[in-house]
Design a protein around this ligand. Structure first.
Ligand code: FAD
Length: 471
């Protein structure tokens, strides 16, 4: 009987225990479902997922002598059990992606497999350590980053699994499946697809590994330059991690090896790994508090009187706030599916602290626009900036975008890149959208920051937050 891999977000041949287990069961059958959960994701992240799917399909074909991924439209638990019965398959393998929505799918799959005497086997690989493996002093999950990170470092992440073998025997059963060459997972992409394609970094596992190695070569600058959106100082691995083209365990192992070989990069690599641990922390938080994308971690914040200001929200979404760094960041995201971390914080602070708009509206916009959308990181960071999350920024910490710009984009290169002149780079499809934005953005120079508005906004936000806390 064949070994079946139910592919979700593990588009890789290295450190993929689910893939290895399926190969060990028999001739490999790899299936991907275009199901309701996939289609409920934001358009940009679906667009990115499709690229991952195509590249992994090609990589699998090389290993199997021509057999790629069987892509089916529909719900896995309604389709796979009949197929497994017909092929006498008793177990189904999947890499765990621990969100409540995925767990609901897994439960439905288990229920559908039970009458056949078959089971679903979940495999690790998405995280550095099993969520149960690090516990705080009182036996519960950590709620504060620093002791969590210390505990993971002390225990050490799990080792990566072996690479998939160079030759994989494929299952030759004719199963149909969609033609990948005409597949479009993001028909509803409401913006310049051409711009996303124009700016997209290379996708796929090989690109992820090459990107990691390239980053490790320049890691010594990371602590100094990682907050500078005008420089290319970070790893840009988040797109790859979001679709599982590389595992965090592989990143950790390669980075540690590199730190040993090149001591001059050790401090930079250590800082980089502490960021990888923020991702890990966000997932452990999400597992303990699955409502994190929709409910305030500090429940008293549910009573906060957010402004129902639809017009301001739309201006923020359209990058028309008039604040250069904020608009530059939102435009970068709109056009590329990416935004530098420092700017994400400034943009999120502007929405939640200056405009006093509910963080969930910002989270939803990010989820729709980011190619690296990650339910755990997105939710934890939004709650952190808004002040309602675990280990969150204190409520009086309000980013001043002008000061942030002076400090982290001192020559204005980042703002100029996205506010002026980028229409030439973005291509014709993006130009139509740019046409509808204020002229001075694409003719430059960008607007001077409205300082009075900044000061007033800050004062109003502090007053609202202090009032809320006092009551
Ligand atoms: P590097 O600086 O090279 O860091 C390496 C890796 O560490 C990243 O790829 C990422 O996996 C992890 N990491 C770094 N910073 C953080 C962080 N603050 N929180 C969690 N993990 C981190 N990241 C996402 O991957 N998906 C999201 O949906 C997402 N939403 C965010 C929303 C807001 C409001 C904010 C402030 C941050 C968000 N982040 C999100 C975190 C961070 O901005 C990105 O991970 C980072 O910009 C990716 O760039 P990089 O890979 O070059 O990072």
């Amino acid at each position: 009987a064949p070994g079946i891999l139910w592919l979700t977000r593990d588009f890789r041949l290295r450190d993929n225990p689910a893939l290895l287990a399926a190969i060990a069961d028999g001739p490999l059958l790899t299936v991907f479902f275009i199901d309701r959960l996939t289609m409920a994701q934001g358009a940009a992240s679906r667009w990115r997922l499709e690229r991952a799917l195509r590249i992994f399909d090609a990589a699998l074909r090389v290993r199997t002598g021509g057999k790629g991924i069987v892509v089916l439209r529909g719900e896995a638990h309604e389709i796979l059990p009949a197929l497994m019965k017909r092929l006498s398959v008793r177990q189904l393998h999947q890499s765990d992606w621990p969100t409540v929505e995925m767990q609901a799918l897994q439960d439905r799959m288990r229920a559908a497999l039970r009458p056949l005497g078959a089971g679903l086997i979940l495999h690790p690989g998405h995280l550095l350590v099993h969520p149960g493996a690090v516990r705080s002093g009182n036996g519960g999950a950590y709620r504060v980053y620093s002791p969590f990170a210390r505990a993971v470092r002390q225990r050490g992440p799990d080792r990566p699994a072996a690479d998939a073998p160079p030759g994989i025997e494929p299952c030759t059963e004719p199963l149909g499946g969609l033609d990948l060459s005409t597949l479009d997972l993001a028909p509803d992409l409401h913006r310049g697809r051409a711009a996303l394609e124009r700016f997209a970094a290379p996708a796929g596992e090989e690109a992820a590994l090459a990107g990691l190695d390239d980053f490790l070569d320049r890691a010594c600058a990371y602590p100094r330059e990682r907050d500078r959106p005008d420089l290319d100082a970070t790893s840009r691995l988040s797109d790859h991690l979001a679709v599982g083209e590389i595992s965090p365990r592989t990143i950790w192992a390669r980075a540690m090896l590199r730190a040993e070989i090149s001591p001059e990069h050790a401090a930079g690599i250590d800082k980089f790994l502490s960021e990888v641990l923020w991702r890990e922390f966000s997932w452990h938080l999400l597992i303990g508090f699955p409502e994190m994308p929709v409910a305030c971690w500090r429940s008293e914040w549910e009573g906060f009187p957010w402004q129902k200001d639809g017009a301001s929200l739309i201006r923020w979404q359209r990058a028309e706030t008039g604040v250069a760094l904020v608009d530059a960041g939102l435009r970068e995201m709109w056009l590329t599916g990416q935004m530098h971390n420092r700017v994400r914080m400034v943009v999120a602070s502007w929405l939640t602290k200056h405009l006093l708009i509910d963080w969930r509206a910002g989270l939803a916009h990010f989820a729709d626009c980011l190619t690296d959308w990650d339910p755990a990181s997105n939710a934890m960071n939004w709650q952190w900036v808004a002040g309602c999350g675990p280990d969150a920024a204190p409520y009086f910490r309000i980013f001043n975008p002008e000061r942030q710009a002076e400090q982290y984009d001192p020559r204005g290169d980042y703002r100029r890149r996205w506010l002026a002149g980028f229409d030439r780079a973005a291509g014709p499809e993006a130009a139509a959208w740019i046409e509808s934005t204020p002229r001075d953005w694409h003719t430059g120079p960008w607007r001077a920051g409205p300082s009075a508005m900044l000061a007033e906004g800050r004062k109003a936000a502090l007053a609202a937050l202090a009032h809320f806390r006092a009551n």
